[in-house]
Design a binder for this molecule. Sequence first.
Ligand code: FAD
Ligand code: MG
Length: 527
Amino acid sequence: MGKVAVHWFRHGLRLHDNPALLEALQDAKMFYAIFIFDGESAGTKFTGYNRQKYLTESLLDMDQQLRDVGSQLFVCKGNPIDIFTTLHKEIGLTHLSFEQDCEAIWNKRDNAVRKLCSELGVTVIERISHTLWDPFEIIEANGGQPPTTYEMFMQVVKVLGDPPKPSPDPDWENITFGDIPDEVAQKIKLCPQVPSPEEQGYTCNGECPVYTGGEKIALAHLQERLIVEENAFRDGYILPNQVNPDLLGPPMSMSAALRFGCLSVRKFYWDVQKTYQKINRGEPPASHSMTAQLIWREFFYCMSANNPKYSEMKGNPICIQIPWYKKPDQLAAWEEGRTGYPFIDACMRQLRKEGWIHHVCRTVVSCFLTRGDLWISWVDGLKVFYKYLIDADWSVAAGNWMWVSSSAFERRLDCSVCICPVEYGRRIEPTGDYIRQYVPELANFPQEFIFEPWKASRAIQKEHNCIIGQDYPERIVDHAEASKSNRKIMKSIRNRLKKPPMHCAPSDPEEIKQYLRLPQSCFHNVF
Ligand code: FAD
Ligand code: MG
């Protein structure tokens, strides 16, 4: 008997830079690629239509690429334990490979599979390629605890050295692809083809995602993105997506492709480094600064790796316990884009429709829901993000929500001024066209009032076909009053915190600016 290898795709939906896949293929007598709809893998437990569609497209792309080399992606439904037990018995599975899913939420699934394989004598090939570094190695290098500040994190990874370069592409010559006989197909609920979101029970209610899933598209998109990076380097600046938040420009983010692993983070990292060196005559950059955002991603993954309560407030050792209000009506108004604050509503409606919003929009809506205005729990907001965001990561989303709501990461409950839902929007996109695009009720409103339509006189409202309180909602909260009283509550909580939790905080104001990605003109308002 030779090596009968199955590569189990979960995230990491790509053929490039896939070290676990490469090792599975090495000397395999028979090879199978499999994806399992188990009700949770690849984030399917919380997903809405847009993310499910992205996943479907990614699986179709993978299936097509495998068909091009003479095989296919076997998509089945059920419990991985039952399926691998069957494959061991029926096709003689000897090697099971998969990419490390480092978030604590996957521990139960992967521990069970590791245990099964050890019982069956199946060799597990698990490799790290979803992150630049192994989060567990970082934790070990830091003495058993994750580094609690970004600055400390940078120091630890400096000791570990550069992240590995991407692995070579697989060589399909001499690989024999296995087939699955009908009676086995029935047992593992093999799908005749990749099921559509509709076949999986999702319905499209006007959603229209701006990102399409799949490795081929992700790699082509990366080439476009590298041109943007190259132009910025040539003009003498870095982080172009961050420096000029462009809410109406073409979608340039790689975040969904990174979440599903259609694009390798190591490829992204090293291609940006190479682009920098090309422009700077081979000079390597002095620091990780031009890929700083990727390091934030690593940081949040690392913080969550040993913390299964990371997405909750209660029982989460790094999270400050804050007595948030329960206000289902206001929560619904926020989720549905009916707060009466046009910039907030534009962001939430774009999120629901397109499955993606810019970082500055995520920041302003999460602040508004939590410490800024409504004083509703970040956990409630997080669930909404999990549902609508195509790039939703269990840990990255939770980490960011804790940060913005002052529950962790932020200087302890110490944001002096909260983000104003009117001024912030005006600074980021002063023309109001972003609001006009996503809040059509206000499409005819003049620029002067579009961020604060309640200030327009009744006559102006009539003239521009939008009566506030009738065609577009009244504000559900007065920002000036709410933020003032919220700040008071934060202060009293801070004073009462005798023994604060092990708290992660930004190292300095520079880090806060970088995290919030505010244009220079906003800074005075935040500190
Ligand atoms: P690109 O420049 O194309 O790629 C950079 C990559 O760096 C991103 O894809 C992402 O993986 C990473 N990154 C960038 N900013 C951050 C950050 N603040 N924290 C961690 N990683 C970062 N990003 C997600 O990928 N998934 C999420 O679920 C998510 N939830 C968020 C929730 C809130 C409340 C906030 C404020 C931010 C969240 N972010 C999340 C971070 C960030 O908004 C997105 O990564 C970003 O909008 C991607 O666009 P980009 O053009 O900067 O990405
Ligand atoms: Mg960016």
